[in-house]
Write a protein that binds this ligand. Sequence first.
Ligand code: SAM
Length: 300
Amino acid sequence: MQRPDIAEPGRRDFAFRTRDFKRVQGLIYAHAGISIADTKEEMVYSRLSRRLRATELSTFDEYLSYLEMAGNETEWEHFTNALTTNLTSFFRESHHFPMLVQHLTGLTRERPLRVWTCAASTGEEPYSIAMAVAEAFDTLSPPVQILATDIDTKVLTVASAGVYDAKRVADLPSGHVRRFFQRGSGTHAGQVRIKPELAALVRFKPLNLLTSEWLGLKPFDAIFCRNVMIYFDKPTQYAVLKKLTDLMEPDALFFAGHSESLLFASDLVRLRSHTVYERAAIGTPAVTVTRAKHLLRTLA
Ligand SMILES: C[S@@+](CC[C@H](N)C(=O)[O-])C[C@H]1O[C@@H](n2cnc3c(N)ncnc32)[C@H](O)[C@@H]1O
């Protein structure tokens, strides 16, 4: 999703003091874990000044106090949506997809396979996963369920609609476009829409990686957590990774972004291949049973 990041230099409708910027940095860090660099003041001004206009407030001080008033969830949503960066594309970091399908097709489960993409943005990533598994299982209804979540509710609306500018699929093999997309005509000329059967594999849901609103999720066979950790500092990355690895099956894979190394968390994950991780050694059920038997023998 493209949006202009920088206000025209020297043209500010509202005063934006360093104090205001620091307050924004603190609020978005506490709410979403996002660390905004000190160099991003202009970008933050540009994105948030729209919220001042929308709320008809005349200073950042008033706006931020309004935001902090109890029960102002809707403005928190706007505030967060304004400050996220949602750059994505179909089959981004393409080496991950053959690895994912090799992994999934090698699993034996008596249930549909579960994949989670936890920073799904406008949907290109989960739909790429859906296309890859549909190809691998040679059906538009493979035994795979994809959960696609993001903190940003605006991008999830785009993702659920599954409608894209045709330019965004220009680099995909033509067979993929024919098989998985419908081309728009009339007022929709120049657009493509994900086919309903493929879209049915993906469930979209807002979810903040920082909170525990994701309780109740079942363990996954693969997790895509790409290009979101870069916005978090190390303690936040570790805390998020801990929760994510707790939701991985013992043999699940974790896909990270190209510039995200998780080697600092070697107690949680182990590198399997370029930016692909598996869980660090954990007690498998077999080991646990052996230990339990040993304990029973000792107690007898
Ligand atoms: C750069 S995009 C990455 C999209 C996709 N994973 C990819 O690699 O192409 C980062 C996404 O992370 C989301 N995000 C940022 N903080 C988040 C949080 N605390 N919880 C969930 N999603 C978050 C943003 O809304 C944004 O859509």
